[in-house]
Design a protein around this ligand. Structure first.
Ligand code: HSE
Length: 379
């Protein structure tokens, strides 16, 4: 029997317990043994939950128990999640996590600690909720040259934009629905201002390019300025507006960007609705591949945590080369405003698309037609 502990019994942590319980027979068939949850760390009590008796408030119970082989960190936030994860790795316990904040900020240290202690640190659930996208990037696609990654990486904002466009809902009521369904971050400004998507794209870029940049250093615009009128204007020009996160290598350096984009109807990403996420990866050998699925929510995210647990207990080793990340700073990034691209200018009946312009040129033209806003066009 493999014994594990869950750190944090919120939406994702309780989902991990539920997924393991549902899948126990198939886990037994796959591993030849059961997975047993020995502890749940949380500040709260759960007297009415069947696993409430496993709750401890003392992290040392878990750290000092040699029977606990693996810890699922689903706490959220940087501290104490990072400190607990590091302590577990140093104590010879593997760690799996859904915590993008920790991976995006402390990935290099935690991966190094895992390596030194001959255990694993895996984080499939940190990007794209339940979509298996990190595993293919680390393993199957790792020998390819990744030319570009672009995706819809935040379920809350996609839910809001879809509700606004399809149901004419206003921003606040769409956000409060996403919160009720457990999609949004504890502080939803990380969703709507783009920081959550920024954390996720820096993780994908680190796997693809071996270099991790702080999410705070990348160009990041959220959706708070997107108006219903912009969505309607985009529709009239054969597209929609989506919050897109992109990473690609340019001659000037790594280009990382989170911003609302005009997405033409012929792009698959334009059809990704509600809480769904999608990641398009283009490599030299494969061409384009699209990963699509539920980007947030209890069981979808838990399924990705569970997959990491099964990989570790099943003895599947992640490709270590894709898990060596050098930190880089803002000066090594390409300034997105220096790149010429197509722009959608939202201006009611005068809305239009400009081709091959810098942002400055697009904004200048936009002023001449009283454009309310300009958005990059997804290429
Ligand atoms: N708040 C995140 C989202 C949760 O809406 O996508 C999943 O990371």
């Amino acid at each position: 029997m493999h014994q594990i502990a869950i750190l944090g019994f919120g939406t994702v942590g309780s989902g991990v317990a539920e997924a393991i319980s549902c899948d126990q027979n198939r886990i037994q068939a796959a591993l030849g043994t059961e997975i047993c949850i020995k502890y749940i760390l949380d500040l709260r009590e759960f007297p009415d939950h069947p696993l409430g008796r496993l709750v401890t408030h003392d992290f040392n119970d878990i750290l000092n128990d040699p029977e606990v082989e693996l810890v699922a960190e689903t706490m959220g936030g940087s501290h104490p999640a990072y400190d607990f994860s590091l302590a577990c790795l140093k104590a010879g316990k593997s760690v799996v996590t859904s915590n993008k904040e920790v991976v995006a900020s402390f990935g290099p240290e935690l991966l190094e600690a895992a390596r030194q202690n001959n255990v694993s640190y895996l984080f499939e659930a940190s990007v794209g909720g339940g979509i298996p996208v990190i595993r293919p990037l680390i393993n199957e696609l790792s020998v390819h040259q990744v030319q570009r990654i672009s995706g819809i990486l935040n379920g809350t904002t996609n839910y809001i934009l879809t509700s606004m466009q399809s149901h004419g809902k206003d921003f606040d009521s769409a956000l409060s629905e996403a919160q009720k369904m457990g999609y949004a971050e504890a502080n939803p400004s990380a969703d709507v201002e783009g920081l959550d998507a920024a954390r996720k794209i820096v993780i994908l870029a680190a796997i693809a390019y071996g270099r991790l940049v702080s999410p705070k250093d990348i160009f990041c615009e959220g959706i708070t300025q997107v108006k219903l009128a912009d969505l309607k204007a985009a529709e009239s020009l054969g597209g929609t507006i989506k919050l897109i996160a992109t990473a690609r290598q340019t001659e000037q350096g790594l280009l990382l960007l989170v911003a609302p984009h005009f997405v033409p109807n012929h792009s698959l990403l334009s059809h990704v609705e509600d809480v769904f996420n999608a990641v398009s990866v283009r490599t030299d050998v494969l061409g384009e591949a699209m990963f699509y699925g539920a980007g947030a929510g209890k069981l979808p995210t838990a399924s990705a945590v569970e997959a990491d647990i099964l990989d570790i207990f099943g003895g599947r080793k992640a490709n270590q080369a894709a898990l060596v990340w050098e930190r880089i700073g803002r000066s090594e990034l390409t300034d997105p405003d220096s790149i010429r691209c197509s722009w959608f200018l939202s201006a009611g009946e005068k809305s239009c698309i400009l081709i091959d312009k810098t942002r400055e040129e697009a904004v200048t033209y936009g002023k001449s037609i009283q454009s309310g806003a300009c958005f990059r066009v997804l290429d």
